[in-house]
Ligand binder design. Structure first.
Ligand code: SF4
Ligand code: MG
Length: 323
């Protein structure tokens, strides 16, 4: 190249993203399905945080909720039943620069995926996890899930579910290295959005159990709580959620809660009536797996070149006189 060859740079401005930049297709969920509200809260977060769509990944398993990645204009994996967590962990550990969301249902997470869920909590990989809990298998037409309430009549329990439901909150709060557990309901979109934002900013495995309405198969499951705001207990903390005056007039049943107190969190997590909503527990001191696994990577050009040389030298065939 001669010294007179012009050097050109293509300068690409950071685009400003509108909410439409994160939307794709027309969701095929039933009208009134709580999954719509959850999708909207993720898209709103992406817009607010200006996440580049090409650096955002949504991972799911199987179920109604697991269709969410299809409706996000981002990268996504509609994975294998119960296997959203290991897929998401693999992505995040190898590409910590990406924002990774997991969307899973009560059947996907708390039945076939239980082992992955427990170990993902322990690994504390930096993921934002949305557990859509409608207390039923919706996609496979009203089968009892692990969170179905006692006595619920379903296609697999026509005389009523025989077992007490599994509580995803108390289970999560019992796992080593648990670092963020929250609960919210799909019918309070501002609280849903606040908790998704807190979970996104938490550097670790942030699990939000979202009580999600399934009008098709469970039309009145949460109706008493929807109709009576006093049966929703809002947990307030300056580092968690606080209600604005408008919502505060509706949701008057509020309690100050120390979100660092795991014993208090476990006690509150056991309540089903009133339904507690808010950040139950947060511990930002638990290191993520990727932070433990990756030592500080030298990023100077000479350090990277030296490491590459070391790797290439392993494959060098030296001449005989070198030995
Ligand atoms: Fe939503 Fe239930 Fe319809 Fe599935 S079956 S899309 S969970 S309302
Ligand atoms: Mg379900």
């Amino acid at each position: 190249m001669s010294s007179t060859t012009p050097i050109c740079f293509l300068r690409v401005e950071n685009p400003h993203h509108e909410i439409q930049d994160y939307q794709r297709g027309m969701p095929r969920w039933c009208p009134g399905c709580g999954d719509n509200a959850i999708l909207a809260s993720v898209q709103r977060l992406c817009r607010d945080e200006q996440l580049p769509p090409e650096k955002t990944v949504c991972v799911s398993g199987i179920g109604c909720s697991s269709r969410l990645p299809h409706y996000m204009n981002s990268y996504g994996v509609h994975g294998i039943h119960g296997r959203a967590f290991p897929i998401a962990q693999g992505i995040k550990v190898n590409r910590p620069d990406l924002a990774v969301f997991v969307t899973t249902g009560d059947g996907d997470c708390c039945s076939i995926g239980t082992a992955h869920w427990i170990h993902a909590l322990r690994y504390n990989t930096d993921l934002t996890v949305l557990l859509h809990d409608n207390r039923i298998y919706g996609l496979t037409k009203k089968q009892a899930s692990p969170t179905s309430r006692l006595g619920l009549r379903t296609n697999t329990t026509p005389r009523g579910a025989l077992l007490e439901p599994l509580n995803p909150l108390t289970v999560s709060l019992g796992v080593t290295n648990v670092s963020f557990v929250a609960q919210v309901v799909d019918w309070i979109p501002d609280l849903l959005h606040d908790l998704v934002r807190l979970a996104y900013h938490h550097k670790g495995f942030a699990l939000i159990r979202i009580l999600q309405r399934c009008p098709h198969f469970m039309d009145d499951e949460f109706e008493p709580w929807v109709r009576n705001p006093d049966r929703v207990l809002v947990l307030e903390h300056p580092d968690g959620i606080t209600l604005d005056p408008g919502l505060g007039k509706i949701y008057r049943n509020r309690q100050k809660h120390d979100l660092h107190d795991i014993h208090a969190a476990r006690k509150i997590a056991s309540s089903t009536d009133p339904i507690p909503v808010g950040l139950l527990y947060c511990n930002s001191d638990v290191p993520s797996y990727e932070a433990l696994r990756r030592p500080a990577v030298p990023n100077s050009a000479s350090a990277v070149a030296r490491l590459l040389d070391q790797e290439f030298d392993k494959f060098t065939i030296w001449p005989a006189e070198h030995e």
